[in-house]
Design a protein around this ligand. Structure first.
Ligand code: V47
Ligand code: SF4
Length: 389
Protein backbone atom coordinates (compact mmCIF):
# COMPACT_ATOMS: atom_id res chain seq x y z
CA UNK A 1 0.00 0.00 0.00
CA UNK A 2 1.29 3.45 -0.90
CA UNK A 3 1.75 5.95 1.94
CA UNK A 4 -0.95 8.28 0.60
CA UNK A 5 -4.47 7.05 1.42
CA UNK A 6 -6.79 7.42 -1.55
CA UNK A 7 -10.10 9.16 -1.06
CA UNK A 8 -12.88 6.59 -1.06
CA UNK A 9 -15.47 7.72 -3.61
CA UNK A 10 -18.31 7.35 -1.07
CA UNK A 11 -19.32 10.97 -1.23
CA UNK A 12 -19.58 10.69 -4.98
CA UNK A 13 -21.60 7.51 -4.58
CA UNK A 14 -24.06 9.41 -2.40
CA UNK A 15 -24.33 12.31 -4.83
CA UNK A 16 -24.87 10.36 -8.04
CA UNK A 17 -28.28 9.14 -9.08
CA UNK A 18 -27.68 5.43 -9.45
CA UNK A 19 -29.84 2.33 -9.52
CA UNK A 20 -29.51 0.12 -6.47
CA UNK A 21 -27.84 -2.56 -8.53
CA UNK A 22 -25.12 -0.20 -9.83
CA UNK A 23 -24.61 1.27 -6.35
CA UNK A 24 -24.14 -2.21 -4.88
CA UNK A 25 -21.64 -3.17 -7.57
CA UNK A 26 -19.73 0.07 -6.95
CA UNK A 27 -19.50 -0.77 -3.23
CA UNK A 28 -18.20 -4.23 -4.11
CA UNK A 29 -15.44 -2.57 -6.12
CA UNK A 30 -14.53 -0.27 -3.23
CA UNK A 31 -14.39 -3.31 -0.93
CA UNK A 32 -11.91 -4.91 -3.31
CA UNK A 33 -14.22 -7.73 -4.39
CA UNK A 34 -14.03 -9.31 -7.83
CA UNK A 35 -16.80 -8.58 -10.31
CA UNK A 36 -18.47 -11.27 -12.41
CA UNK A 37 -19.00 -10.71 -16.13
CA UNK A 38 -22.67 -9.91 -15.41
CA UNK A 39 -21.77 -7.29 -12.80
CA UNK A 40 -19.11 -5.87 -15.09
CA UNK A 41 -21.65 -5.61 -17.88
CA UNK A 42 -24.12 -3.79 -15.67
CA UNK A 43 -21.47 -1.30 -14.61
CA UNK A 44 -20.20 -0.86 -18.17
CA UNK A 45 -23.69 -0.22 -19.52
CA UNK A 46 -25.16 1.89 -16.74
CA UNK A 47 -22.52 3.62 -14.64
CA UNK A 48 -21.85 7.27 -15.41
CA UNK A 49 -18.30 8.03 -16.53
CA UNK A 50 -17.70 9.97 -13.30
CA UNK A 51 -18.33 6.83 -11.27
CA UNK A 52 -16.14 4.58 -13.42
CA UNK A 53 -13.37 7.15 -13.25
CA UNK A 54 -13.63 7.54 -9.47
CA UNK A 55 -13.57 3.78 -8.91
CA UNK A 56 -10.67 3.18 -11.28
CA UNK A 57 -8.70 6.06 -9.82
CA UNK A 58 -9.42 4.80 -6.31
CA UNK A 59 -8.03 1.36 -7.15
CA UNK A 60 -5.02 2.84 -8.93
CA UNK A 61 -4.19 5.18 -6.06
CA UNK A 62 -4.66 2.43 -3.52
CA UNK A 63 -1.89 0.46 -5.24
CA UNK A 64 0.44 3.17 -6.47
CA UNK A 65 -0.61 6.52 -5.08
CA UNK A 66 0.41 9.15 -7.61
CA UNK A 67 3.27 7.10 -9.05
CA UNK A 68 3.25 6.66 -12.81
CA UNK A 69 5.76 4.28 -14.33
CA UNK A 70 7.56 4.52 -17.62
CA UNK A 71 10.52 2.82 -19.23
CA UNK A 72 13.20 3.63 -21.77
CA UNK A 73 12.53 1.34 -24.66
CA UNK A 74 12.55 1.12 -28.43
CA UNK A 75 11.02 -1.21 -30.98
CA UNK A 76 12.67 -3.41 -33.54
CA UNK A 77 10.33 -4.29 -36.39
CA UNK A 78 12.09 -6.91 -38.55
CA UNK A 79 9.50 -6.81 -41.36
CA UNK A 80 6.01 -5.66 -42.24
CA UNK A 81 5.52 -8.49 -44.71
CA UNK A 82 2.92 -10.80 -43.27
CA UNK A 83 1.26 -14.06 -44.21
CA UNK A 84 -1.88 -13.13 -42.28
CA UNK A 85 -4.74 -10.90 -43.25
CA UNK A 86 -6.05 -9.05 -40.18
CA UNK A 87 -8.74 -6.68 -41.32
CA UNK A 88 -7.73 -3.93 -38.90
CA UNK A 89 -4.06 -3.93 -39.83
CA UNK A 90 -2.67 -0.95 -41.75
CA UNK A 91 0.90 -2.05 -41.40
CA UNK A 92 1.23 -5.43 -43.06
CA UNK A 93 2.15 -5.87 -46.72
CA UNK A 94 1.82 -9.02 -48.78
CA UNK A 95 4.70 -10.55 -50.71
CA UNK A 96 4.15 -8.46 -53.85
CA UNK A 97 6.64 -5.67 -54.62
CA UNK A 98 5.71 -2.59 -52.56
CA UNK A 99 7.51 0.68 -51.84
CA UNK A 100 6.48 0.71 -48.22
CA UNK A 101 7.43 -2.86 -47.36
CA UNK A 102 10.62 -3.76 -45.54
CA UNK A 103 12.57 -6.87 -44.56
CA UNK A 104 15.60 -6.13 -42.43
CA UNK A 105 18.67 -8.33 -42.58
CA UNK A 106 20.33 -9.52 -39.39
CA UNK A 107 23.06 -6.97 -39.95
CA UNK A 108 20.57 -4.09 -40.32
CA UNK A 109 18.77 -5.18 -37.17
CA UNK A 110 22.00 -5.38 -35.20
CA UNK A 111 22.82 -1.85 -36.34
CA UNK A 112 19.40 -0.63 -35.20
CA UNK A 113 19.90 -2.24 -31.80
CA UNK A 114 23.51 -1.38 -31.16
CA UNK A 115 23.22 2.29 -32.09
CA UNK A 116 20.97 2.59 -29.02
CA UNK A 117 23.29 0.78 -26.63
CA UNK A 118 25.01 3.88 -25.28
CA UNK A 119 21.80 5.94 -25.05
CA UNK A 120 20.32 4.64 -21.79
CA UNK A 121 17.68 2.32 -23.22
CA UNK A 122 16.86 -0.69 -21.05
CA UNK A 123 14.47 -2.65 -23.28
CA UNK A 124 14.11 -3.71 -26.90
CA UNK A 125 10.61 -4.73 -27.98
CA UNK A 126 10.73 -6.94 -31.08
CA UNK A 127 7.49 -7.24 -33.05
CA UNK A 128 6.54 -7.35 -36.70
CA UNK A 129 4.77 -9.13 -39.51
CA UNK A 130 4.91 -12.89 -39.88
CA UNK A 131 7.42 -13.74 -42.58
CA UNK A 132 8.05 -17.36 -43.65
CA UNK A 133 11.77 -16.73 -44.12
CA UNK A 134 12.22 -15.32 -40.65
CA UNK A 135 12.30 -18.67 -38.92
CA UNK A 136 12.94 -19.87 -35.40
CA UNK A 137 16.59 -20.50 -36.29
CA UNK A 138 16.90 -17.00 -37.82
CA UNK A 139 15.52 -15.34 -34.70
CA UNK A 140 17.45 -17.57 -32.30
CA UNK A 141 20.61 -16.38 -33.98
CA UNK A 142 19.52 -12.71 -33.90
CA UNK A 143 18.63 -12.88 -30.21
CA UNK A 144 21.91 -14.59 -29.34
CA UNK A 145 23.80 -11.83 -31.12
CA UNK A 146 21.89 -9.08 -29.34
CA UNK A 147 22.51 -10.82 -26.03
CA UNK A 148 26.20 -11.25 -26.76
CA UNK A 149 26.71 -7.57 -27.63
CA UNK A 150 24.37 -6.13 -25.00
CA UNK A 151 24.15 -8.56 -22.07
CA UNK A 152 22.00 -6.39 -19.80
CA UNK A 153 19.26 -5.27 -22.22
CA UNK A 154 15.79 -6.72 -21.59
CA UNK A 155 14.56 -8.48 -24.72
CA UNK A 156 10.77 -8.50 -24.98
CA UNK A 157 10.14 -10.37 -28.18
CA UNK A 158 7.47 -11.86 -30.43
CA UNK A 159 3.72 -11.94 -30.05
CA UNK A 160 1.98 -15.27 -29.58
CA UNK A 161 0.88 -14.94 -33.22
CA UNK A 162 4.46 -14.73 -34.48
CA UNK A 163 5.48 -17.56 -32.15
CA UNK A 164 2.63 -19.90 -33.12
CA UNK A 165 3.65 -19.61 -36.80
CA UNK A 166 7.39 -19.85 -36.07
CA UNK A 167 7.01 -23.01 -33.96
CA UNK A 168 4.56 -24.65 -36.38
CA UNK A 169 6.96 -24.11 -39.29
CA UNK A 170 9.91 -25.40 -37.26
CA UNK A 171 7.81 -28.39 -36.12
CA UNK A 172 8.60 -27.83 -32.46
CA UNK A 173 6.24 -27.79 -29.49
CA UNK A 174 5.36 -24.48 -27.83
CA UNK A 175 7.39 -25.49 -24.81
CA UNK A 176 10.51 -26.45 -26.78
CA UNK A 177 10.26 -23.38 -29.01
CA UNK A 178 9.96 -21.05 -26.04
CA UNK A 179 12.82 -22.82 -24.25
CA UNK A 180 15.06 -22.28 -27.25
CA UNK A 181 14.24 -18.57 -27.47
CA UNK A 182 14.66 -18.20 -23.72
CA UNK A 183 18.05 -19.91 -23.91
CA UNK A 184 19.01 -17.54 -26.73
CA UNK A 185 18.15 -14.54 -24.54
CA UNK A 186 14.44 -13.62 -24.77
CA UNK A 187 13.29 -12.37 -21.35
CA UNK A 188 9.57 -11.80 -21.81
CA UNK A 189 6.75 -11.72 -24.35
CA UNK A 190 4.83 -8.65 -25.49
CA UNK A 191 1.05 -8.73 -25.38
CA UNK A 192 0.15 -8.29 -29.05
CA UNK A 193 -2.01 -10.55 -31.16
CA UNK A 194 -4.74 -10.99 -28.56
CA UNK A 195 -7.23 -8.65 -30.30
CA UNK A 196 -10.63 -9.96 -29.18
CA UNK A 197 -10.72 -13.61 -28.16
CA UNK A 198 -14.43 -14.27 -28.68
CA UNK A 199 -14.79 -16.38 -31.87
CA UNK A 200 -17.80 -14.34 -33.04
CA UNK A 201 -15.52 -11.30 -33.43
CA UNK A 202 -12.18 -13.00 -34.07
CA UNK A 203 -13.59 -14.79 -37.11
CA UNK A 204 -14.50 -11.43 -38.62
CA UNK A 205 -11.37 -9.44 -37.88
CA UNK A 206 -8.47 -11.92 -37.89
CA UNK A 207 -9.74 -15.35 -38.85
CA UNK A 208 -6.51 -16.86 -40.11
CA UNK A 209 -4.05 -16.31 -37.26
CA UNK A 210 -3.57 -17.97 -33.85
CA UNK A 211 -6.88 -18.34 -32.06
CA UNK A 212 -7.67 -17.56 -28.44
CA UNK A 213 -6.68 -20.98 -27.18
CA UNK A 214 -3.32 -20.88 -28.95
CA UNK A 215 -2.63 -17.34 -27.72
CA UNK A 216 -3.47 -18.28 -24.14
CA UNK A 217 -1.49 -21.56 -24.25
CA UNK A 218 1.64 -19.78 -25.46
CA UNK A 219 1.43 -17.22 -22.66
CA UNK A 220 0.66 -19.86 -20.04
CA UNK A 221 3.63 -21.96 -21.18
CA UNK A 222 5.89 -18.90 -21.13
CA UNK A 223 4.79 -18.05 -17.59
CA UNK A 224 5.50 -21.62 -16.45
CA UNK A 225 8.99 -21.37 -17.95
CA UNK A 226 9.60 -18.21 -15.94
CA UNK A 227 9.02 -15.71 -18.75
CA UNK A 228 6.53 -13.01 -17.83
CA UNK A 229 4.39 -11.36 -20.47
CA UNK A 230 1.92 -8.60 -21.23
CA UNK A 231 -1.58 -8.84 -22.59
CA UNK A 232 -3.60 -6.57 -24.84
CA UNK A 233 -7.13 -6.06 -26.15
CA UNK A 234 -8.01 -4.33 -29.42
CA UNK A 235 -11.15 -2.33 -28.67
CA UNK A 236 -13.43 0.11 -30.42
CA UNK A 237 -14.40 -1.68 -33.64
CA UNK A 238 -17.19 -4.26 -33.99
CA UNK A 239 -17.02 -5.78 -30.52
CA UNK A 240 -19.55 -5.16 -27.74
CA UNK A 241 -18.94 -4.60 -24.03
CA UNK A 242 -19.72 -8.26 -23.50
CA UNK A 243 -16.92 -9.31 -25.86
CA UNK A 244 -14.47 -7.06 -23.99
CA UNK A 245 -15.48 -8.55 -20.65
CA UNK A 246 -15.27 -12.10 -22.00
CA UNK A 247 -11.76 -11.27 -23.26
CA UNK A 248 -10.70 -9.82 -19.92
CA UNK A 249 -12.22 -12.79 -18.07
CA UNK A 250 -10.03 -15.25 -20.01
CA UNK A 251 -6.96 -13.18 -19.18
CA UNK A 252 -8.00 -12.92 -15.55
CA UNK A 253 -8.42 -16.71 -15.31
CA UNK A 254 -4.99 -17.31 -16.82
CA UNK A 255 -3.50 -14.80 -14.41
CA UNK A 256 -5.11 -16.69 -11.50
CA UNK A 257 -3.33 -19.83 -12.67
CA UNK A 258 0.15 -18.36 -13.30
CA UNK A 259 0.52 -14.76 -12.10
CA UNK A 260 2.74 -14.18 -15.15
CA UNK A 261 1.14 -11.09 -16.68
CA UNK A 262 2.83 -7.82 -15.78
CA UNK A 263 0.44 -5.47 -17.48
CA UNK A 264 -2.69 -5.11 -19.54
CA UNK A 265 -2.77 -2.71 -22.50
CA UNK A 266 -6.08 -1.81 -24.13
CA UNK A 267 -5.27 -0.82 -27.74
CA UNK A 268 -7.67 1.57 -29.43
CA UNK A 269 -8.62 0.62 -32.99
CA UNK A 270 -7.28 3.28 -35.38
CA UNK A 271 -9.09 3.36 -38.67
CA UNK A 272 -6.80 4.72 -41.38
CA UNK A 273 -5.61 2.62 -44.32
CA UNK A 274 -7.12 -0.73 -43.44
CA UNK A 275 -10.06 -2.89 -44.40
CA UNK A 276 -12.08 -1.65 -41.45
CA UNK A 277 -11.64 2.03 -42.31
CA UNK A 278 -15.40 2.41 -42.75
CA UNK A 279 -15.80 2.11 -38.97
CA UNK A 280 -15.53 5.36 -37.04
CA UNK A 281 -13.06 5.56 -34.18
CA UNK A 282 -14.69 5.63 -30.73
CA UNK A 283 -14.85 8.98 -28.90
CA UNK A 284 -12.58 9.82 -25.98
CA UNK A 285 -15.31 9.06 -23.42
CA UNK A 286 -15.32 5.49 -24.69
CA UNK A 287 -11.55 5.30 -24.26
CA UNK A 288 -11.91 6.49 -20.68
CA UNK A 289 -14.67 3.94 -19.95
CA UNK A 290 -12.63 1.14 -21.49
CA UNK A 291 -9.51 1.82 -19.42
CA UNK A 292 -11.50 2.44 -16.23
CA UNK A 293 -13.37 -0.85 -16.64
CA UNK A 294 -10.07 -2.63 -17.29
CA UNK A 295 -8.71 -1.36 -13.97
CA UNK A 296 -11.92 -2.34 -12.18
CA UNK A 297 -12.41 -5.78 -13.75
CA UNK A 298 -8.79 -7.00 -14.00
CA UNK A 299 -8.19 -7.21 -10.29
CA UNK A 300 -5.17 -9.49 -10.54
CA UNK A 301 -3.03 -7.88 -13.25
CA UNK A 302 -0.89 -5.30 -11.49
CA UNK A 303 -0.32 -2.67 -14.16
CA UNK A 304 -2.57 -0.94 -16.66
CA UNK A 305 -0.56 0.59 -19.47
CA UNK A 306 -1.39 3.30 -21.95
CA UNK A 307 0.61 3.07 -25.14
CA UNK A 308 0.84 6.74 -26.06
CA UNK A 309 1.90 6.34 -29.75
CA UNK A 310 -1.50 4.70 -30.28
CA UNK A 311 -3.76 6.79 -28.04
CA UNK A 312 -1.95 10.15 -28.24
CA UNK A 313 -0.10 12.17 -25.59
CA UNK A 314 -3.02 14.14 -24.20
CA UNK A 315 -5.34 11.19 -23.87
CA UNK A 316 -2.56 9.23 -22.23
CA UNK A 317 -2.33 12.02 -19.65
CA UNK A 318 -6.07 11.95 -19.08
CA UNK A 319 -6.03 8.19 -18.66
CA UNK A 320 -3.74 8.53 -15.63
CA UNK A 321 -6.89 9.55 -13.75
CA UNK A 322 -8.85 6.60 -15.15
CA UNK A 323 -6.83 3.69 -13.81
CA UNK A 324 -3.62 3.86 -15.87
CA UNK A 325 -0.35 3.71 -13.88
CA UNK A 326 2.13 3.00 -16.67
CA UNK A 327 3.11 4.79 -19.88
CA UNK A 328 4.98 3.10 -22.72
CA UNK A 329 7.69 4.45 -23.27
CA UNK A 330 10.41 6.59 -24.90
CA UNK A 331 10.02 4.60 -28.19
CA UNK A 332 12.65 6.60 -30.13
CA UNK A 333 10.72 6.73 -33.41
CA UNK A 334 11.15 2.99 -33.84
CA UNK A 335 7.62 1.79 -34.67
CA UNK A 336 5.36 2.22 -37.68
CA UNK A 337 2.30 0.17 -36.56
CA UNK A 338 0.27 3.16 -35.42
CA UNK A 339 1.60 5.89 -37.66
CA UNK A 340 0.45 3.74 -40.61
CA UNK A 341 -2.98 3.36 -38.98
CA UNK A 342 -3.55 7.10 -38.68
CA UNK A 343 -2.27 7.92 -35.19
CA UNK A 344 -1.37 11.59 -34.69
CA UNK A 345 2.25 10.76 -33.92
CA UNK A 346 3.95 10.05 -37.23
CA UNK A 347 7.39 9.73 -35.62
CA UNK A 348 6.69 8.66 -32.05
CA UNK A 349 9.51 9.51 -29.68
CA UNK A 350 9.75 11.20 -26.30
CA UNK A 351 12.84 12.15 -24.41
CA UNK A 352 12.90 11.18 -20.75
CA UNK A 353 12.37 14.86 -19.91
CA UNK A 354 9.26 15.07 -22.10
CA UNK A 355 7.77 11.90 -20.67
CA UNK A 356 8.49 13.03 -17.12
CA UNK A 357 6.91 16.46 -17.76
CA UNK A 358 3.88 14.84 -19.34
CA UNK A 359 3.37 12.81 -16.17
CA UNK A 360 4.09 15.72 -13.80
CA UNK A 361 1.82 18.10 -15.75
CA UNK A 362 -1.04 15.68 -15.18
CA UNK A 363 -0.38 15.83 -11.41
CA UNK A 364 1.43 12.51 -11.02
CA UNK A 365 4.91 11.43 -9.96
CA UNK A 366 7.12 9.97 -12.69
CA UNK A 367 9.02 6.79 -11.86
CA UNK A 368 11.36 5.14 -14.30
CA UNK A 369 11.07 1.36 -14.09
CA UNK A 370 12.84 -1.59 -15.62
CA UNK A 371 10.95 -4.16 -17.69
CA UNK A 372 9.94 -6.12 -14.58
CA UNK A 373 8.64 -3.00 -12.83
CA UNK A 374 11.52 -2.56 -10.42
CA UNK A 375 11.76 1.15 -9.66
CA UNK A 376 14.94 2.72 -11.06
CA UNK A 377 14.46 6.42 -10.41
CA UNK A 378 11.75 8.68 -9.04
CA UNK A 379 11.59 12.17 -10.54
CA UNK A 380 10.62 14.97 -8.19
CA UNK A 381 7.53 16.83 -9.35
CA UNK A 382 7.84 20.63 -9.61
CA UNK A 383 6.46 22.37 -6.50
CA UNK A 384 3.99 24.51 -8.41
CA UNK A 385 1.65 22.85 -10.88
CA UNK A 386 1.89 23.95 -14.50
CA UNK A 387 -0.73 26.58 -15.32
CA UNK A 388 -1.89 27.12 -18.86
CA UNK A 389 -2.99 30.58 -19.91
O1 V47 B 1 -1.70 -7.14 -32.02
C1 V47 B 1 -2.66 -3.42 -35.26
C2 V47 B 1 -2.58 -3.77 -32.75
C3 V47 B 1 -0.83 -4.87 -31.83
C4 V47 B 1 -4.04 -1.74 -35.35
O2 V47 B 1 3.30 -5.75 -24.87
C5 V47 B 1 -3.80 -2.06 -34.01
O3 V47 B 1 4.18 -3.94 -24.09
C6 V47 B 1 -5.18 -0.36 -33.37
O4 V47 B 1 0.62 -5.44 -29.08
N1 V47 B 1 -5.47 -0.01 -34.62
C7 V47 B 1 0.68 -4.91 -31.77
N2 V47 B 1 -4.37 -1.37 -33.03
C8 V47 B 1 1.24 -3.90 -30.76
C9 V47 B 1 1.19 -4.43 -29.35
C10 V47 B 1 1.88 -3.69 -28.26
C11 V47 B 1 2.09 -2.34 -28.34
C12 V47 B 1 2.74 -1.69 -27.29
C13 V47 B 1 3.20 -2.40 -26.19
C14 V47 B 1 2.99 -3.77 -26.14
C15 V47 B 1 3.52 -4.54 -24.96
C16 V47 B 1 2.31 -4.43 -27.15
O5 V47 B 1 -1.21 -3.65 -32.46
C17 V47 B 1 -1.56 -5.90 -32.64
C18 V47 B 1 -2.92 -5.25 -32.78
O6 V47 B 1 -3.70 -5.50 -31.65
N3 V47 B 1 -2.96 -3.10 -34.00
N4 V47 B 1 -3.31 -2.57 -36.10
C19 V47 B 1 -4.92 -0.65 -35.65
N5 V47 B 1 -5.24 -0.32 -36.89
FE1 SF4 C 1 0.14 -9.59 -39.66
FE2 SF4 C 1 0.10 -8.70 -37.14
FE3 SF4 C 1 -0.89 -7.17 -39.14
FE4 SF4 C 1 -2.18 -9.37 -38.38
S1 SF4 C 1 -1.81 -7.53 -37.07
S2 SF4 C 1 -1.75 -8.75 -40.51
S3 SF4 C 1 -0.53 -10.73 -37.83
S4 SF4 C 1 1.24 -7.78 -38.86
Amino acid sequence: MHQMEPVIPEQLLRQLTLSNAVRQIAYRVVEGRRLTIEEGLKLYNEAPLALLGALANYLRQQRYGKKTFFNKNFHLEPTNRCVFDCKFCSYARSFQPADDAWELSEEQMMQEVLRRKEQGFTEVHIVGGVHPKMSLVFFEQLIKKIRMHWPEVHIKAFTAVELEYMFRKARVSVKDGLRRLQAAGVNSLPGGGAEIFHPEIRMQICADKADAEQWLTIHETAHRLGMPSNCTMLYGHIETYYHRLHHMELLRQLQDRTGGFNCFIPLKFRNQNNEMSHLPEVPVTEDLRCYAMARIFMDNIPHLKAYWPMIGRQKAQLLLSFGVDDLDGTIDDSTRIYSMAGAEEQHPAMTTEELVSLIHDAGYVAVERDSLYHELKQYEAPKTPVAYA
